[in-house]
Design a protein around this ligand. Structure first.
Ligand code: ADP
Ligand code: MG
Ligand code: MG
Length: 889
């Protein structure tokens, strides 16, 4: 850092553009550091200086008082600028005009609008008119300056000036601003001064130096506006970064037909294609392009009108892109044939463009694959994996809810799962609209295009199920009233009936009336290439959670390297199996129970066979039955009503007996707190014939697949273990059963037996448990419930959302792992497991396995794999690579 000759202050607050570079972003802001960098590269940029973020921070700290040396430094910098340009601020002889622009470290809206043409005053306006040979232009610039400065810096309401302008046009009987004469404009300037005086209670400052000081101060102040604060919080930008202020000489794109102003991108930001993309306006100043007074022309036309400047611009675009190694978004002005760059920054782009640009830049040799991976955000993969609403729809949403599961869906409203199922199976596109979904709605959710609920949060049943299926879901859209009886929804004044079409955007949470145009998922070559690079970088493997052969096949297509969690209870829930399952539960003795299990066994075997076949050669972790048995029985209240109804209506004796028996069993199995009740390994030890049957089904399926030439890789997993003794006994049972099966079959296969770590006790005594385990799989969902002591189903829609909204919790702990708390338990489990067996295989199943932030944490623990829903596999592959790269700093 060099000390400017003019400054004697110990802290330097001010940098000439020539003194900075791109690495000084935190001090000079994004705009300032890039302007300095361009200056350094010899790219034509109007001369100027940057007041640093440090000055803003010091001012904020002092409650709005500038650091002592700052104004002197500013005057010194101004003096240097005047020397270099041969112009003087406020002088009637060759006046200097300036722009004053805010420029934070991260570009953000809500900061002060740019002030152009500072330096126009009663003293200089005539000189400008003479210089440009256009007095009308000078006076028009003057009245615009007052309007802008008064509004932005002095807080004079914009309408006050607009009113005066309209009145003037009315008086003169003209329509356009441009129809006003020089004389009119002179009069308007006087009126604007009066308007300012009226609102400020004092004269508008007329000395440009004074205006400059006040403008810089106003930029500092704009950092603290509520609007800017809200934006920072939403984007995680710290409040104490402050903003820089860029003061630059004006260049004029409005000096006739060899002057112009424009914006351009080095590539097409919506497709990523490498082509000319941008607009320009002849004879115009920056603000005119945005103001929409005249329609800008496509950049390609500039080649004809301003050939030399165009050639220079294209060469500069190329150079900037190469230099920064990324697509640039550029502002430029041509003054009488001479090109000036006014800004360059990394261009914002759509998700498809992000992939294309990254891939192309790698192929063009501009950046490395790893740099490309760092450029893309996991959310952008999410966007490409789902259908999206065509961005050009121009419609306003009728309401908003939570963006619970990404993707867009169009369909007719249905209010119950049965209708959804019926119509969906008939091939109709339907959207299931419910207060909240329950497990009974599953069949309807499966066939629906999407789900809309008016209740429940990001962790509600509908949200979780929809995410698992990769189905769009908007949850908790509280603005909608559902009248199920009338089959109507009301949103404000709008009434929609069953059968009316709506469109959901699960990516944003928006709901639209009618059918919007959708664009299909864009898992294209660019996407595949980028995720392929991620595979070369990542250390963890990625598995999927899948319960059917179909899901397993899909998971494999998405790149899953095995199944981390196969939930066998889903096989029990299937409609054709439930009667046998209930018979098993209701059995009075072991013989009856065995008979029921014998019917279930071949069904399970069939499921396992399909999964082993789809995953041939890759590991499949099968979890033994986990949920409490009452989940397979009717609800207690419902069953009581059934019995009551039969008693009142006098049903047959036999039927009544059956229903009463069922009721008794439901009562017996109903628990105060089923999550912590008879489930998992507890259930298995209580009814050993259930896991025995499951293990036999696994063995027979494995043999069948082997016989057919497949290669099953069997991993048997015991859920909800809290004591080493539980696992020891279960392992014994599994091994004995398998030994029997091997004996019968006359041959054997390799297998492993492991456990879920999903109870705090298990994490604490992991070293003991590991003695009996070949692998651990962290069930982070239940570990979050039991570790924090939050029942997910009860938390959703009640305190959890409020907790997150009011920042008691930073995130929903079921979506992103609570690193400090639950993560601490995971760490304990990992350490304990490794203490017993250094090579113990460690994985994560549960939704966190597909969450980018959580994946970063699992990488840091050196987990072997993460497992997530099939649709999230590419995101997990990508995130696992990012975790490695981020770990490298
Ligand atoms: P924004 O964040 O709105 O883009 P900028 O500070 O980049 O704000 O500028 C607003 C407009 O003013 C842009 O069109 C820019 O080209 C123009 N502008 C800024 N500084 C100058 C200058 N020194 N000469 C001419 N035009 C300028
Ligand atoms: Mg701005
Ligand atoms: Mg800009």
């Amino acid at each position: 850092m060099t000390t400017p000759a003019a400054s004697t202050s110990p802290v330097r607050y001010l940098y000439d553009l020539a003194d900075g570079d791109a690495s000084m972003r935190s001090l000079l802001g994004g705009k300032g550091s890039n302007l300095a960098e361009m200056t350094r590269l010899g790219i034509p940029v109007p001369d100027g200086f940057t007041v640093s973020t440090a000055a803003c921070i010091a001012t904020m700290k002092a409650g709005g008082t500038w650091p002592e040396s700052l104004w002197d430094e500013t005057l010194a910098a101004l003096d240097r600028l005047e020397q270099r340009t041969g112009r003087t601020l406020g002088s009637p002889d060759r006046p200097l005009l300036l722009s004053v622009r805010s420029g934070a470290v991260f570009s953000m809206p809500g900061m002060m609008d740019t002030i152009l043409n500072l330096g126009i005053s009663d003293e200089t306006v005539d000189a400008l008119g003479a210089e440009s040979d256009n007095p009308r232009f000078a006076w028009d610039s003057y009245r615009r300056f007052i309007q802008m400065y008064g509004d932005v810096v002095e807080g004079v309401p914009a309408y006050a000036y607009e009113d005066a302008l309209s009145a003037m046009k009315r008086q003169r009987g003209v329509e356009q601003d441009t129809d006003l004469t020089t004389k009119d404009l002179k009069e308007l300037v006087e009126q604007f001064k009066a308007v300012s005086r009226e609102h400020m209670g004092t004269e508008l400052p007329s000395d440009p130096k004074d205006q400059l000081r006040r403008s810089i101060g106003a930029v500092f102040d704009s950092w603290l506006t509520p609007r800017a604060g809200v934006y920072r919080r939403a984007h995680g930008i710290p409040d104490d970064l402050g903003t820089a202020v860029n003061v630059m000489q004006m260049v004029f794109g409005n000096r006739g037909d060899t002057s112009a102003t424009g914006v351009c991108f080095t590539r097409n930001p919506s497709t990523g294609a490498r082509e000319l993309y941008g607009e320009f306006l002849l004879n115009a100043q920056g603000e005119d392009v945005v103001a929409g007074i005249r329609t800008p022309r496509p950049l390609a036309e500039m080649e004809e009108t301003l050939p030399q400047a165009f050639g220079e611009l294209v060469a500069t675009m190329e150079r900037l892109e190469q230099h920064y190694g990324d697509m640039q978004d550029i502002e430029f002005t041509v003054e009488e044939g001479t090109l000036y760059l006014l800004q360059t920054r990394t261009g914002k782009r759509t998700a498809p463009a992000a992939f294309k640009v990254a891939r192309d830049l790698v192929e063009e040799g501009v950046i490395t694959r790893e740099q490309a991976l760092r450029r893309i955000e996991p959310a952008q993969l999410d966007q490409l994996l789902h259908p999206a609403i065509d961005p050009d729809h121009g419609q306003s949403p009728i309401t908003r809810g939570l963006n619970a599961s990404p993707g867009a869906a169009v369909g007719e409203i249905v209010f119950d799962a049965d209708t959804a199922e019926e119509r969906g199976k008939a091939g109709d596109a339907v959207v299931l609209v419910r207060w909240e979904t329950t497990p009974d709605d599953i069949a309807g959710v499966i066939v629906a295009q999407g789900v809309l609920t008016t209740h429940g949060g990001m962790t509600s049943h509908a949200a979780v199920v929809a995410r698992g299926m990769g189905k769009p879901c908007v949850a908790g859209a509280a603005g909608i009233k559902i009248d199920t009886a009338a089959k109507q929804v009301t949103v404000g004044d709008l009434v929609l009936e069953e059968g009316d079409v709506i469109t959901l955007d699960g990516t944003t949470g928006e709901v639209y009336a009618g059918a919007l145009e959708l664009v299909p998922p864009q898992v294209n070559e660019d996407f595949e290439a980028v995720v392929g690079w991620a595979d070369d970088v990542r250390r963890m493997s990625v598995r999927a959670n899948a319960d059917t052969g179909e899901d397993a096949a899909k998971a494999r297509e998405f790149g899953a390297e095995g199944i981390g969690l196969c939930r066998t209870e889903h096989m029990f829930m299937a409609e054709d199996r439930l009667p046998a399952v209930r018979r098993m539960i209701l059995a009075d003795d072991e013989t009856e129970r065995h008979a029921a299990l014998e019917t279930i066994l071949p069904m399970q075997q069939e499921d396992f066979q399909a999964i082993f076949t789809a995953m041939s050669g890759l590991p499949v972790t099968i979890r033994l039955l986990d949920p409490p048995l009452h989940e397979f029985l009717p609800d207690l209240v419902e069953q009581s009503l059934t019995v009551q109804r039969l008693e009142l209506q006098g049903g047959s004796e036999e039927q009544l007996k059956h229903e009463r028996h069922l009721l008794a069993q439901v009562k017996k199995l109903t628990e105060m707190n089923p999550m912590l009740g008879t489930r998992g390994v507890r259930l298995a030890l209580l009814y050993p014939e259930i896991p025995q049957m499951q293990v036999r089904a696994i063995a027979r399926a494995a043999f069948a697949v082997k016989d057919a030439g497949g290669e099953p890789v069997v991993e048997i997993m015991v859920p909800l273990v809290g004591y080493a003794e539980e696992l020891r006994r279960m392992r014994e049972l599994v091994e004995e059963t398998l030994a029997e099966e091997f004996q019968t079959a006359g041959h054997r296969f390799d297998y492993t037996v492991g456990t879920m770590i999903e109870l705090p006790r298990a994490a604490v005594v992991a070293e003991q448990i590991a003695e009996h385990a070949d692998f651990f799989s962290f069930g982070t969902n239940d570990l979050t419930q039991t570790g924090i002591g939050i029942s997910r189903d009860d938390a959703e829609g009640s305190f959890l959302a409020a907790y997150v909204d009011s920042d008691v919790l930073p995130d929903n702990p079921f979506a992103t792992i609570d690193v400090e708390g639950v993560g601490g338990l995971v760490r304990l489990g990992v350490e304990g497991g490794r203490a017993a067996k250094p090579d113990l295989k460690l994985g994560v199943c549960g939704e966190h396995g597909g969450d980018p932030a959580s994946i970063g944490f699992f990488e840091s623990l050196g987990m072997s794999y993460v497992s997530c829903s099939p649709y999230r596999v590419p995101i997990a592959r990508f995130s696992a690579a990012r975790a490695v790269l981020d770990g490298q700093g």
